[in-house]
Design a binder for this molecule. Sequence first.
Ligand SMILES: Cc1ncc(COP(=O)(O)O)c(C=O)c1O
Length: 394
Amino acid sequence: MFENRVPPEQDKILRLMGMFAADPRTDKVDLGVGVYRSPEGKTPVMAAVKTAEQWIWEAQETKGYVGLSGDPAFLDAMRGLILGDAVPAARVAACGTPGGTGAVRQVLEMSRRLSPDAAVWISDPTWPNHPAIIGHLAQKSATYRYYDRETGGIDRDGMLADLARAQAGDVILLHACCHNPTGADLTPDDWREIAAICQRTGAIPFVDMAYLGFAESLEADAEGTRHLAATLPEVFIAASCSKNFGLYRERAGVVLVVTAEGAPREVAFGTLANLNRQNYAFPPDHGARVVETILNDPILRDSWRDELRAMRETMQANRAALAEALRAEAGSDRFGHFAAHRGMFSLSGASPAQVDLLRETHGIYLVGDGRMNVAGLTPGTIPRVAKALAEVLA
Ligand SMILES: Cc1ncc(COP(=O)(O)O)c(C=O)c1O
């Protein structure tokens, strides 16, 4: 079976992680892999997570199977966190998944099963795993303009013109906040326009929410998604708990499907549970239980919110400091978009050759498309990174 075959191309980011690990330079800087890092360069276990894990360890008496859709208390807590009271609970079908990637995969697989001819619209650019999963599922896809490389902001007119061409039943994949890889987010006005387009065309929005709480606040980051849920008959949401709960390896994620008023949500619920059954039977439980424990305890929830706020503020401070250092190095505002972007990522504007140069000459690791993880910066590395960027991108 394996003779005369070649292995599939390795994921770019995973390949970069391997190169970074093998680099002997002690002053190398990892701005590639998408994990949050504290000013000390750590990806910490959050205090609320530690406490919740201890409570679970003390109280849990069985590791028996949970339901196919996961722990109902987790699903309900995530529904509340994401949607608030934008839509009645009775209209939402929820399902636990292995992380946000699992949720993206299950939503796409559900839409392929129920609507095989629908196209999935993705932003240019987007998280590379979006087209990879769509390709794996052999789904139709289309691209909409999103990022304006000249301004470092959104090409709003281009985006709206492209999305207006979506057909009824097509799926429009949106990033809730902290757009990966650009860092350029939709404004409340953009969300309203997109909702109006979906209303006109009958296309279904699919929100990938991997960074809730990393941009402005838990509420503000969910506002666009809530607007869609409050105004449209159907909305798909794939949410990850990897970043905002620091639970990367535990694989906690959720699918929420807002179903049309009066339509049986059992179809969505049953399809998702059935897909879980076919793909891996039960979603992982530990991370989901940690999240549910935190969200349902007022003291732990406050502690988690505070820590999440501190993480967000660290990233914003890194952004401001990098933009400032680049202003001094370049003598212009050319890199001002670093401060305006939100979340962990920004497109630096470096070409693949410049990315190679930054890595080979300066030990600074970016993803090949020029994506930079600003959470990988520390006060100590910002001056050196700014100098190298200004030099290489001059
Ligand atoms: C846009 C986007 N969606 C989904 C995910 C999935 O994250 P995970 O599977 O680690 O929960 C990520 C993580 O990098 C992401 O950036």
